[in-house]
Design a protein around this ligand. Structure first.
Ligand SMILES: Nc1ncnc2c1ncn2[C@@H]1O[C@H](COP(=O)(O)OP(=O)(O)O)[C@@H](O)[C@H]1O
Ligand SMILES: [Mg+2]
Length: 246
């Protein structure tokens, strides 16, 4: 009998490697590859607010797949290998750097609060911020020097990370613009494979802020964070607009 835990590449799912807040990583028969499964759950404020909706995992897998494949056209290295089922993708196993890289184009949320910028102000230049990925510490903001000093990344790796993040920002800004959308900010995670740095994790409305260009309607996880309603409807609409030819 065919086992039903195989994707289109007959990649067999083995033991659970890591269960996070939004995804589960499984080992596979190939030690270099993992299956990344998108759950229907969503969390905010460092996991203190929890929710879920049917089809969320499928939407995020579809969006992330599309955006990783899009980046490939621009020779940006990512962990993406193939979409294997509605909610799963095969990815390369990376040694993750525990830093979240945030790129901001428009002032909102913490940036507005900290620097007293009006929500929606267009920044004159993109801002790159780094946060240590550590739930117990509440993901504190760090700079390059903290990363070197605590041994999370070398100066060369941090230079490469900021260069790739800027390039991805330029690519995605025009991608979303062509779809009538504004890329407000987004988060990337990087990992190491041999001598290369690759983008890992996900690129989804859980990890980006995206507004409709005409109406400024928020089309991302802020709808869940701030109880704005229609989370499922908006995630679906965003998926359709991203996957449209543009
Ligand atoms: N290619 C990869 N190899 C190894 N680990 C990865 C890879 N891509 C993502 N990860 C890690 O897997 C986890 C994904 O699950 P997620 O639900 O986002 O977890 P978390 O709650 O820790 O953010 C993250 O910790 C992320 O850093
Ligand atoms: Mg995560």
């Amino acid at each position: 009998m065919e086992s039903d835990n195989k994707g289109e590449f007959n990649m067999e799912k083995r033991d659970l490697l890591y269960e996070g807040k939004a995804k589960i990583l499984y080992l596979t028969e190939d030690t270099d590859l993992l299956i990344q499964m998108f759950k229907d759950e969503l969390t905010a404020f460092n996991g203190t607010k929890k929710g879920s909706f049917d089809g969320k995992g499928e939407i995020c897998n579809a969006i992330s797949t599309y955006l990783f494949e899009y980046l490939e056209n621009y020779h940006v290295l990512t962990h993406f290998v193939s979409k294997s089922t509605d909610t799963e993708m095969v990815v390369k196993r990376l040694e993750m750097i525990p830093i979240e890289i945030v790129v901001r184009n428009i002032a909102t949320a913490n940036l507005s609060k900290t620097y007293n910028l009006a929500e929606g102000d267009v920044l004159q230049y993109p801002i790159i911020e780094y946060f240590l990925k550590d739930d117990q510490l509440g993901d504190p903001m760090i700079n390059e020097h903290h990363a070197y000093a605590m041994g999370y990344a070398t100066p060369e790796e941090m230079r490469m990370i900021s260069r790739v993040a800027s390039k991805v920002n330029a690519i995605f800004k025009s991608f979303f613009d062509r779809r009538g959308l504004l890329l407000v900010d987004f988060k990337l995670e990087f990992g190491k494979l041999a001598k290369n740095l690759l983008i890992g994790d996900e690129i989804t409305p859980d990890t980006c802020r995206i507004w409709d260009k005409k109406t400024n309607k928020k089309m991302d996880k802020d709808r869940f964070r701030y109880d704005m309603g229609q989370v499922d409807k908006v995630y679906n609409e965003l998926k359709d607009r991203i996957l449209s030819a543009g």
